[in-house]
Design a protein around this ligand. Structure first.
Ligand code: MTE
Ligand code: MO
Length: 330
């Protein structure tokens, strides 16, 4: 049992029991036989990928983009430094430490990259990333990213609206949800050799959430391709939700009829819900969500700010949740 009696405004990292501690504990229990974790059902897509891409690799998206379409999103924001956004990361496939993703992902192979599109849609199959996202479509979106651990950043992403891509696969009326998986490849992703998570990392959205204009599929940030630690070559960005919904290095998109199981809600359903909308009125069971540390910030200048409903995007996404009890559907 955790005892916590500091003011919520302290909001320091040490105060918040990092999720990695929780996971390390799980891993320890697994090793010592305390918990048996299933790892069934994975590896099909990664096996297909390891056998080689049936489609010939086409031109890769450029490392630095030339004609990114400008958008009004986030123009008023103070952008976090690239160094911070690319060195303080959560990407447990490469380890639990904030610097592990950068330190351990430099050899990660992101070309060629295919995405398997499956389920309730007219057009399914394995597609080359470069055929899914054309460079001519790329736009920039400056979004706030609020992690459930109560820190936040402002990042200029490069990509395409998720809806533009999903519509091309012609989801049918049974497609009530869309589900995503990250690559499973323990040879490249050392964190997948254990770690208490039932790999691959998985996430999902209700179809209307996925079609909301804010939902974004990013292939770059700060004008260039994504660093591996930020989810290269393609990841979701859902700025009104806690960061863990923004799944990285996507290899599977599946249109489904029933609500899928997602990584963090499977691990700790009392702490992480399916919706995971940023909500200052619903505290995490172990810490407050009323405030956040806007990075960069140090011990002397923790840079604590108030957390806003839907991370400040209520106007854009509030109607998706009209009539829902957000304390229940957290
Ligand atoms: N596959 C995968 N996606 C992931 C994660 C992860 O561990 N694995 N971490 C999530 C969390 S908790 C956050 S806060 C964001 C962090 O994105 P960033 O490192 O680009 O800031 O990625 C999310 N996407
Ligand atoms: Mo996060």
């Amino acid at each position: 049992m955790l005892i916590r009696n500091k003011k919520s405004s302290d909001c320091t990292e040490s105060e918040i029991t990092d999720r990695s501690i929780y996971l390390n504990r799980r891993q320890f229990m697994k090793v010592t036989g305390g918990v048996a974790l299933g790892v069934g059902g994975i590896g099909q897509v990664s096996a297909a990928l390891q056998q080689g891409n049936p489609l010939s690799p086409s031109n890769n998206i450029a490392t630095s983009f030339k004609n990114i379409i400008e958008t009004p999103y986030g123009k008023e924001e103070k952008i976090s430094p690239f160094d911070v956004a690319s060195s303080y990361n959560n990407f447990y496939e490469f380890g639990y430490g904030k610097s592990d993703p950068k330190d351990k992902s430099s050899g990660f192979k992101t070309t060629p990259w295919t995405i398997s599109v499956e389920g309730e849609a007219g057009k399914t199959g394995v597609f080359d990333l470069d055929d899914i996202i054309r460079e001519s479509l790329l736009e920039e979106r400056i979004y706030r990213l609020r992690c459930v651990e109560a820190w936040s950043m402002v990042i200029p992403w490069v990509g395409v609206p998720l809806a533009t891509i999903l519509k091309r696969f012609e989801p049918n009326s049974n497609a009530k949800y869309v589900y995503f998986e990250t690559l499973y490849d323990p040879k490249q992703m050392p964190g997948q050799k254990g770690g208490g998570i039932d790999w691959p990392y998985r996430e999902a959205l209700r179809i209307d959430e996925a079609m909301n204009p804010l939902a974004f599929l990013a292939v770059g940030m700060y004008g260039s391709i994504l660093p591996n630690q930020n989810g290269a070559p393609v990841r979701l960005v859902l700025p009104w939700k806690y960061g863990f919904k923004s799944i990285k290095s996507i290899v599977t998109i599946r249109f489904v009829e029933t609500m899928p199981k997602t990584t963090w809600s499977m691990l700790a359903p009392q702490e992480y819900g399916f919706y995971a909308n940023v909500n200052p009125d619903v505290d995490h069971p172990r810490w407050s969500q009323k405030q956040e540390r806007r990075l960069p910030g140090g011990v002397l200048f923790p840079n604590v700010i108030e957390t806003k409903m839907f991370n400040g995007y209520e106007e854009e996404v509030g109607s998706l949740y009209a009539g829902m009890d957000l304390k229940r559907f957290y």
